[in-house]
Design a protein around this ligand. Sequence first.
Ligand code: MRU
Length: 351
Amino acid sequence: MNNDTKTAIQSIEWRDDHVRILDQTYLPGREVYSDIRDVGRMWEAIKKLRIRGAPAIGIAAAYGFYLGIKELSENSFQSFFIEVERVAEYLESARPTAVNLHWALHRLKTTIKAHKDKDISELKEIVLKTAKTIHDEDKRTCKKIGENGVNLITEGDRILTHCNTGSLATGQYGTALSVIFHAHEKNKDIRVWVDETRPLLQGSRLTAWELMNAEIPMTLITDSTAGSLMRRGEVDKVIVGSDHVAANGDVANKIGTYPLAVLAKENKIPFYVAVPFSTIDMELQEGDNIPIEVREEDEITRFNDSEVAPKKAEAYNPAFDITPHRYVTAFITEKGLIEPPFDEHFKTLVK
Ligand code: MRU
């Protein structure tokens, strides 16, 4: 797939001394870019979903970490590293579910430790270089995910997807959407059912926007329409991304993914999860140990500026759910297609 196609949206970019993000809260109405020059602004951007999607959050955290440590004036490695830990903890508190955030920060801290004999100023430059590497690697990884998944797609497929897993959610191309972009690039005749994805509408605002930019046939549906489409035989495959995969293959993804997986199994439809290997957490045995972000009630009780629930109505707004691994047909990763038993196959590939 060419870099200059319409799928080459850059959700995040390093520019000389700051980060530029495409602020996703304004899409699809306006393309607003904002410049981030300090760690506090990056924390806010991640928290408020200005930049979102697990791999993109990892990249944003890596650049945010550099912004947070670049002005530190500590001279000794020990006192510098205390501050480094503080900055990493702060960024990690922005969103708890996406393991990529933790993964990127852990990688940066490990890199710092490995170069502890260097000057602090050199260490800061090494951090920036590593953040750029994380960004570049993600682009290559997502391209590979698309290439590895494309053979699963057959002529005439009607593919259902949830949330947003495209270039906006990653360095480029996306995860589940990378497979779809690559299938389209190969002139496969496909159509995509796009779940609107309540409550923040990443499907209707972002996925529909990306697919339409790429001129891929798509139809927007409410989340609750998916089941009846499946029962009527109008869905051939479900492909989603994930924010955190446990070592046994249990999947955390946008709320509403679990019911899709159950419905897919009931209707004998393959259910694929497209992820970079960095989303697979070999330290966590099963999905119930994955921390689930619970967001503000007013994301449900308000819509734009209007109240859509009685004043003081209690609401519960978990941003993610867990899909047990038995519902997953296969993972599509940069290392290839991974079929059950996932725990064994993950272990072999990690080695
Ligand atoms: O809350 P969001 O919009 O960050 O949630 C994103 C998702 O659930 C995506 O499906 C997931 O991060 C995979 S992204 C490539």
